[in-house]
Ligand binder design. Structure first.
Ligand code: ADP
Length: 213
């Protein structure tokens, strides 16, 4: 049985890229609380309107709201998920175990990267609005400027919170919260740390092995 994967890592550590590979080759479902929140914002739902400014500043949305959104988008019975962007604090880690996973086998995979490299990764990140492919203007630029290599659409956009000011806040929020979360999974014997500094293929090979153990 494949484990449920809790993908931990700083903003820009490559969680989204790795999650897409796990979906394509191993049949996982990608559950990103950031994506769910952004979807609510773009549909101007009540929840979306409530959290819009919090995301723009780079701060965390309250635990109840995120848990509600996560639970209503997750059917654990037969599916295998990659939890991306959740948990972001100890209360969320406990909620994930108690209210969502409820004993299902899971592993926490921490994509470890030097935090000094991340600000530039983030401000240079672009995402295809049509197919979701992720680019980086420095390390993985599209062949034709503004056009997605994968689907051919001219729809490459920058996330609103990938500007310099918000990136600093997001990285600080991460630094303040990650240690206790790692500690929680380490004590439970569920933590695997993977270096995220190789190519995305190298990182993926390591994660794939974890799902097979
Ligand atoms: P990143 O990890 O690249 O910063 P995400 O897409 O995971 O970005 O999240 C974007 C934003 O959504 C966060 O900065 C935060 O405001 C909000 N968010 C996402 N997940 C959570 C969560 N589990 N708890 C609280 N806020 C969250």
């Amino acid at each position: 049985m494949k484990p449920q994967i809790i993908l931990l890592g700083a903003p820009g550590s490559g969680k989204g890229t790795q999650a897409a590979k796990l979906v394509d080759s191993l049949g996982y479902q990608h559950l990103s609380t950031g994506d769910l929140l952004r979807k609510e914002i773009s549909s101007s739902s009540d929840l979306g309107n409530r959290v819009k400014s919090i995301l723009a500043e780079g701060n965390l949305v309250d635990n109840d709201t995120v848990l509600e959104l996560l639970s209503s988008n997750c059917e654990l019975g037969s599916k295998h998920y990659i939890f991306d962007g959740y948990p972001r604090n100890i209360d969320q880690a406990k909620c994930l175990d108690e209210s969502v996973l409820k004993g299902a086998e899971s592993k926490a995979v921490y994509l470890h990267i030097n935090l000094d490299d991340l600000a530039s990764r983030l401000v240079n990140r672009r995402t295809c609005g049509s197919c979701g492919e992720i680019y980086n203007l420095i390390s993985k630029a599209p062949k034709v400027e503004g056009v997605c290599d994968k689907c051919g659409k001219s729809d490459l956009t920058q996330r609103k919170d990938d500007n310099e000011e918000t990136v600093v806040t997001r990285l600080n929020v991460f630094k303040e919260s990650i240690e206790p979360i790692l500690d929680y999974y380490e004590k439970a014997g569920r933590l695997v740390t993977v270096s995220a500094s190789g190519t995305s293929e190298e990182v993926f090979e390591k994660i794939k092995k974890i799902t097979e153990q």
